[in-house]
Design a protein around this ligand. Structure first.
Ligand code: ZN
Length: 273
């Protein structure tokens, strides 16, 4: 999926999902848009339900539609969790040792790549550090160095690289300034597909610029959670007597679908399935 995106100048949108309704909303949007799509879960989300539950859920939903659907493990900081997820059937994973030293990051990523490659699973890894807070990922930003990125990709054998160019996880207080020159410089050094984290809260135009400059997977998490929760809150405020989870589940699912559908336009992934 990412190679096709890279070749044709668009990005595959990757949405963090937490439950049935979020997964349904994302898949419905992708089917409507004719877009390839990635559903992903963080480690705390996997802990909240289970890896095999998400594998089963996404497999069942993917069978109902005629578009490429992939499930991805987002930000595994623990190699054991990564191995467990692969064992449960995750076809794509991220090893995130970006908060460790360059050498430790390289060693942990290389180990993960070796383990995953033997099972035909591609690994995303991160160099530099996307700051902010999302679940158990938290810390300051540290921009990706283009030369080191080249070394890192070569020596780890990773499939895709998450870059730090000024985005952050979680909620922005103001629209961030992105270092697009750095992105171009990384792109010039690295052939691997590049991934943008922390895209929630960027202006659409900023995401489009990143895609033009070589990003081929864009992660959306915070905005989706916010849309889902706002919809639940609205229904419960309007119907304080409600007891049927389907009543607010349906509205929340629709809110996720609308947002995901828009992000597909922004990523340029519509009709690429
Ligand atoms: Zn991330």
């Amino acid at each position: 999926m990412l190679r096709d995106a890279q070749k044709n100048g668009y990005a595959v949108p990757a949405f963090n999902v937490e439950n049935l309704e979020m997964a349904q909303g994302v898949i419905a949007a992708a089917a409507d848009a004719g877009s390839p799509v990635i559903l992903q879960t963080t480690s705390p989300t996997v802990a909240y339900a289970s890896a095999s539950l998400f594998v089963g859920l996404v497999e069942a939903l993917a069978r109902e539609v005629d578009i490429p659907v992939c499930l991805h493990l987002d930000h595994a900081t623990d190699p054991q969790l990564l191995r467990d997820a692969i064992g449960a059937g995750y076809p794509s994973v991220m090893m995130d040792a970006s908060r460790k030293s360059f050498e430790e990051n390289l060693a942990l990523t290389r180990e993960a790549v070796q383990y995953a490659a033997a099972r035909d699973v591609p690994v995303e890894a991160e160099l530099g550090s996307v700051g902010g807070k999302e679940d158990d990922v938290e810390g300051a930003s540290d921009y990706t160095d283009p030369q080191r990125a080249r070394e890192f990709v070569r020596d780890t054998g990773l499939f895709s690289l998450a870059v730090a160019i000024g985005t952050a996880h979680g909620v922005y207080k103001q629209t961030p300034r992105l270092d697009l020159e750095r992105l171009s410089a990384i792109r010039a050094q690295v052939e691997a597909p590049l991934v943008l984290h922390g895209a929630s809260g960027l202006e659409d135009q900023q995401v489009r610029q990143c895609v033009q400059k070589g990003i081929c997977k864009v992660n959306f998490a915070t905005e989706l959670r916010a849309a889902y929760t706002a919809a639940v809150r609205k229904v419960l405020a309007e119907h304080p007597e409600a007891i049927d989870p389907k009543l607010y589940g349906r509205e929340a699912r629709l809110a996720v679908e609308c947002l995901a559908r828009h992000k597909m336009d922004v990523c340029g992934s519509v009709q690429r399935a």
